[in-house]
Design a binder for this molecule. Structure first.
Ligand code: DQA
Length: 139
């Protein structure tokens, strides 16, 4: 199955950014491990710090036979436009957060996108991406 991982703002800094919260592994490293773990599937990775580029990528893959794993970063808590993009496309989208957003500041407790996603995985570190892919390839 084709899987598209989409990471939003500041997630290009994984491994350098707030390592006590997000860990010390760059996403590119972890993505190589994911490709090995799910070698029977076609994994793609896209990252952008720009809201419109995330929306464009959702539009681009969202009418293909693809499962989407989306960590929208801080846009999770603010973006009506990403909510609407998920609602507009056909592909299933799983929302992932590395940290447990409910154990953090109150402004992170509200997600504008969960209602349009098939489910939410939060707080399991990078392993959350594997959990999401596992769901998408097994369902
Ligand atoms: C995050 C949680 C968000 O609140 C934050 O803005 C991020 C990362 C996570 O993966 O834990 O950038 O999505």
């Amino acid at each position: 199955m084709k899987i598209q991982i989409i990471n939003g703002p500041n997630l290009n800094l994984l491994g350098k950014r707030e390592t006590t919260v997000y860990g010390s592994e760059p996403f590119e490293n972890y993505f190589e491990k994911l490709k090995q773990r799910f070698s029977g599937h076609e994994l793609h990775y896209f990252q952008s710090n720009v809201e419109g580029e995330i929306i464009d990528q959702l539009h681009k893959v969202g009418f293909e036979d693809v499962g989407v794993v989306l960590n929208a970063g801080a846009y999770t808590h603010t973006s009506v436009a990403i909510h609407d993009a998920i609602a507009a496309i056909k592909s299933p989208v799983v929302e992932v957060h590395i940290s447990n957003v409910y154990a953090r500041e109150e402004f992170r407790h509200k997600s504008l996108i969960t209602s349009k996603c098939v489910g939410l995985i939060t707080g399991f570190g990078l392993e959350g991406y594997a959990m999401a892919i596992n769901y998408l390839v097994e369902k």
